[in-house]
Design a protein around this ligand. Sequence first.
Ligand SMILES: [Zn+2]
Length: 243
Amino acid sequence: MERPPLRFEKSRGRTEVEIRRRILQAIFEQRLPPGEKITEEQLATTFDVSRTVVRQAMARLAQDGILVKSPNIGSAIAAPSRKEARDILAVRRMVEPDIVRILANAPAREEVIARLNRHLALEDEARNSRNRGLQVRLSGEFHLLLAELAGNRILVRLMNQLQALTCLAILLYAGGDEACLPDEHSRIASAIAAGDRAAAEKEMLHHLHHVEKDMNLDRGPDTAGFTEAIEWLRGHSGHGVEG
Ligand SMILES: [Zn+2]
């Protein structure tokens, strides 16, 4: 699959948080595919920051399972296995219906509805202008916005992690070309606007079911190519060609 080269805007004084955010955005836009190698040096040059700052950002991404570290190979973007992808979706089914239920019951719902409508308008705009990368990123960010509007920072962090891993699994198993269905997002937003908690929950579950179904997780082995290849290389390090 052809993809645009990875470019980050160069600017001095970026913080660890900002670097992490940009890397997550690149994953959401499908510019950083699963298994892609990342080095401290490359990121330090790209962002024009010290390697200490880069190391902090990478450590946190590794903690969240988004970067995979290996002593011989270095750091690479995670490649979730089919089993991991099913587990990620299972957690999303536990968490996200509750998020929309909270929002449908929120006291200041006008603000929530306004923010959701602005986001849905951006999704429409990206779709109409055929900006594929932006469209995929915005469709993922719809889910992050829901967590943010619920006002729980732990949830926001968890959803960032789950959304990034979902994007990577989609690239691996759904042919790399799927975004959330736009009408399903607006149905979720409408149920929240109507204050209908049961409908909001139902629409979210229905939507997550679609996301999982499009990934064809029942086909093929449970392993992902890249992670398994690294394990294999580790296990076979003594049997290679000498010298
Ligand atoms: Zn969605």
